[in-house]
Write a protein that binds this ligand. Structure first.
Ligand code: COA
Length: 261
């Protein structure tokens, strides 16, 4: 087994070839800053090449969060061009996850907000621990989901429910996520990785080439054209007063006062 060292991730593989990839910034609720995105990309590239890794479980460190979103501190200063690039960057990393040739299972063990829900949605399967909270709260920051959420949520729960969730910035707990198909299974807190391993073991009894081709074929039916539009709208929002107000209000721990500009 190879050893991988990251600043913001842990990657450990068991004797069955099942790797657990943990986003490890618990003091910031595992928020996705650019280091996490860079390391996630590097980790997926290593996973693709490493024959000892046959399936991957993605989860978050700590008791509270899977991932609480993109790092709002980093977003706050973006202009239009930088915002569009940032969205494209997140989309690119999450495409690598979605297109990984090995099964990727998200174990959502707490808040999965914004980029956290988007990361879980890029994985092939989601297991929600009972304390999971899914949500795309970006409109509350004067922004929209920018790492694929506007495209993948409708695929998973249907357009109407997705619209409601995105436009209200509302949250979905584990039971509702299960009912809507956003999560395939519910597990008790702390038991999600075990459940994911059970599923992975079932998958790994099958031919690895067949698994890779199945992932490719399923994904082929979900190629949508809206990702570029998502990045463009995300970028445009970065130059609005509402975006500055929304993200600043979060950082200053106060309610935003949006003026529609
Ligand atoms: N980006 C940057 N920092 C974040 C973050 C994010 N998305 N989410 C949480 N943090 C930080 C907080 O700023 C805080 O840092 P501090 O201790 O230096 O002040 C720390 O993580 C703990 O978060 P806190 O808000 O104190 O925890 P809480 O239990 O009161 O609330 C949440 C938890 C998830 C409800 C709240 O953190 C939240 O709303 N986060 C943002 C979610 C979001 O809008 N995501 C989409 C981003 S595009």
């Amino acid at each position: 087994m190879k050893d991988y060292t990251f600043d913001t991730l842990l990657l450990e593989t068991d004797e069955n070839g099942i790797a657990v990839l943990t986003i490890n910034r618990p003091d910031k609720l595992n928020a996705l800053n650019n280091t996490v995105l860079d390391e996630l990309e590097e980790a997926i590239e290593n996973i693709e090449k490493d024959d000892d890794i046959r399936a991957v479980i993605v989860t978050g460190a700590g008791e509270k969060a899977f991932v609480a979103g993109a790092d709002i501190k980093e977003l706050n200063t973006l202009n239009k061009k930088q915002g569009e690039k940032q969205s494209e960057r997140g989309q690119k990393v999450f495409f690598k996850i979605e297109n990984c040739s090995k099964p990727m299972i998200a174990v959502v063990n707490g808040y999965a907000l914004g980029g956290g829900s988007e990361l879980a949605m890029a994985c092939h399967i989601r297991i929600a621990e009972e304390n999971a909270v899914f949500g795309l709260p970006e409109v509350g920051l004067g922004l929209i989901p920018g790492y694929g959420g506007t495209q993948r949520l409708p695929q998973l729960v249907g357009k109407s429910k997705a619209m409601e969730m995105i436009l209200t910035g509302g949250q979905m707990k584990a039971e509702e996520a299960y009912q809507t198909g956003l999560a395939g299974h519910i597990a008790e807190p702390g038991k999600g990785v075990g459940k994911a391993k059970e599923l992975a073991v079932k998958m790994l009894k099958n031919g690895p080439v067949a698994l890779a081709k199945a992932i490719k074929a399923v994904n082929a039916g979900y190629r949508v054209k809206g990702f570029a539009d998502e990045a463009e709208q995300f970028g445009e929002l970065c130059e609005t007063e509402d975006f500055k107000e929304g993200t600043s209000a979060f950082l200053e721990k106060r309610k935003p006062n949006f003026r529609g500009r």
